[in-house]
Design a protein around this ligand. Structure first.
Ligand code: FAD
Ligand code: DLZ
Ligand code: SF4
Length: 508
């Protein structure tokens, strides 16, 4: 009987992945490989590497327990060729197979490699659609066809209708599509944010942690206090813990940031969704069930479901629609290198110091820290998309290019010229002050607009608008802001330009 080799990648850790659909346990072999090429194509955060490799080993054990033949190549295997292509070639020779089945990868560069395997390796290669998403690429393409700009809100409504989520008699539950008017409260530092569920490393994780210490010593990030879920059961526990303890206040404090509270009321399930330990459909069902049982309010439930059914699917649709050229877009011609403090956290700007510090420690920051603190700074300072994308791909344990790139280039840097977002998410210090308590412990004064003590976000904001006027001046959503700029005295504008110029010159 002819054998089939089935390749499972480190972010495809689910038995229902399409590459296993017709698995013949009697003859087929599942290949999983730890390869340095994936560990270092960007030098991922140490905790991210440990998380993915440990989850891979646990998943291999899970398959073996179901009598599946798994050929697992470890990072320290002396014969390891360091790449997917090399490992597939070695496995083809080892097992004498004539056919390879794999689920489409989440990154374009890996797909390009895969598309050469049939010719290079001389076997039949079947690349199957990744059906762990709720909007197949073809469905997104037909929705996007003919639209010059894509807007998540309209996509989200289609998805709600199509999947019949939070709908009643063809109308949105509660009468509105979006309850953000009830969300986005300022932080209350006296909040007792529940501690996140952490899992002490078992023997498999301990082995991986040692491997990461050995192979990734010079990578970004801290490895101690590793507490990620690495099995499906643990990931399900994280989901249940979120629904019981955080979901009710998710919406209210979705945008809030409190010093020393990295996890807030977020779900922390992005890690698990993105490597396959959880699926978006089951998460949405569980959250909707909590609403129907009366244990979570509509503002939180709708807001959360919008992130998964709306944003996550929308972002992925854009990635596959616009690659490969999306990766090189740079509408604002931003060209500044990344300042060193993005790696060290050594800056006097407290909001950046806190966000980078927790990123180093946990390989996690929540959405508003990524968007309105770190991203806002990258946008205003004119950091080059190439470096900013690389940084985000390295530092977050949930980062894979399909989701990282559109968020960074499209949402944060406006590098696609407004295809994804209607205007740049630019803001001065007042926004950060409203949504966090960071400014209280900052060397800079958020209320000061210019001068050596002024919050740098304040003058960088106007500097950004002034220097990009030719590209942004006609944006209808920025009209009022440009009119305020025009009302500013020439002296004041000059002071802003001088302060910002000085700040940016000193940035290393
Ligand atoms: P929650 O706040 O609890 O949200 C629930 C889920 O909704 C998330 O787990 C995620 O699956 C989904 N979601 C929410 N917003 C988005 C979004 N904008 N795009 C896609 N999915 C979304 N998310 C990633 O999964 N990987 C990334 O590499 C990534 N990079 C980002 C970079 C920037 C600059 C920005 C602004 C956002 C990025 N996001 C990314 C989106 C979002 O910040 C993370 O999904 C979220 O912070 C993960 O934490 P959580 O699981 O606690 O999310
Ligand atoms: C991110 C990652 C890392 C660090 N290491 C591996 C690995 O050793 N083996 C593997 O199969 N996958 C790994 N991954 C995930 C891949 O980078 C991911 O599957 C591709 O980027 C496609 O999305
Ligand atoms: Fe950040 Fe400015 Fe507030 Fe300091 S004053 S924490 S730099 S927003």
């Amino acid at each position: 009987m002819s054998k089939t080799l089935r390749l499972i990648l480190g972010d495809q850790l689910n038995e229902s992945v399409s590459s296993l659909a017709d698995l013949d346990k009697g003859s087929d072999i599942v290949l999983m490989c730890e390869v340095m090429g994936e560990v270092t194509y960007v030098r991922h955060h140490k905790k991210k590497v440990a998380f993915i490799l440990s989850a891979m080993r646990h998943f291999a054990d899970r398959l073996r327990a179901q009598d599946v033949s798994v050929d697992y190549v470890s990072l320290d295997d002396p014969e390891n060729s360091s790449s997917f292509t090399g490992e597939v070639a070695r496995a083809v020779a080892r097992h004498d197979v004539s056919r390879l089945v794999v689920t489409a990868p989440g990154e374009f560069r890996v797909l390009e490699d895969m598309q050469n395997w049939e010719t290079d390796l001389g076997i039949a290669v079947e690349i199957r659609q990744d059906d762990r998403f709720l909007c197949p690429p073809a469905m997104f393409e037909s929705w996007a066809a003919g639209r010059k700009q894509l807007r998540m809100d309209f996509f989200y409504r289609e998805m709600r209708r199509h999947h019949d989520v939070l709908m009643a008699d063809g109308k949105p539950v509660g009468g509105k599509w979006n309850y953000d008017a009830d969300n986005r409260e300022r932080p209350d530092p006296s909040l007792k944010v529940p501690a996140p569920l952490q899992f002490p490393p078992d023997e498999t994780s301990q082995t991986i942690l040692n491997l990461v210490r050995r192979y990734c010593a010079d990578h970004f990030g801290e490895l101690d206090e590793f507490g990620f879920a690495v099995t499906r059961e643990q990931a399900l526990e994280v989901l249940q813990d979120f629904i019981a303890n955080r979901l009710p206040l998710f919406g209210t404090y979705q945008d809030a940031m409190i010093e020393g509270e990295p996890w807030m009321y977020h779900s922390h399930i992005g890690f698990y969704l993105n490597i396959g330990l959880l699926g978006p459909g089951e998460v949405i069902t569980a959250v909707q069930t909590a609403y129907e049982a009366g244990t979570a309010p509509l503002n939180s439930v709708e807001g959360f479901i919008r992130q998964i059914l709306g944003w996550r699917e929308f972002i992925r649709g854009i990635y596959w629609l616009k690659m490969p050229h999306y990766a090189t877009e740079n509408f604002l011609a931003a060209d500044r290198p990344l300042p060193d403090f993005f790696w060290t956290g050594d800056t006097q700007m407290n909001c950046l110091r806190q966000s980078i510090g927790q990123t180093k420690k946990y390989a996690y920051a929540h959405h508003i820290q990524r968007l309105m603190v770190l991203g806002n700074f990258a946008l205003l300072a004119g950091l080059a998309p190439k470096f900013v994308n690389e940084w985000y791909l390295i530092v977050y344990a949930d980062a894979f290019e399909w989701v990282e790139l559109p968020n960074v280039s499209g949402m944060v840097l406006f590098a696609d010229g407004g295809y994804l977002a209607s205007k740049p998410y630019a803001a001065g210090g007042a926004y950060i002050n409203r949504m966090s308590n960071y400014c209280q412990n900052c060397r800079y004064k958020v209320a000061e607009k210019t001068g050596s003590d002024a919050c740098p976000f304040n003058y960088l904001y106007w500097h950004f608008l002034i220097r990009n006027r030719d590209k942004l001046g006609n944006n209808a959503r920025l009209g009022m802001i440009y009119r305020s700029l025009d009302r500013m005295s020439e002296d004041k504008q000059q002071t802003i330009m001088d302060d910002a110029g000085q700040f940016l010159n000193d940035l290393v």
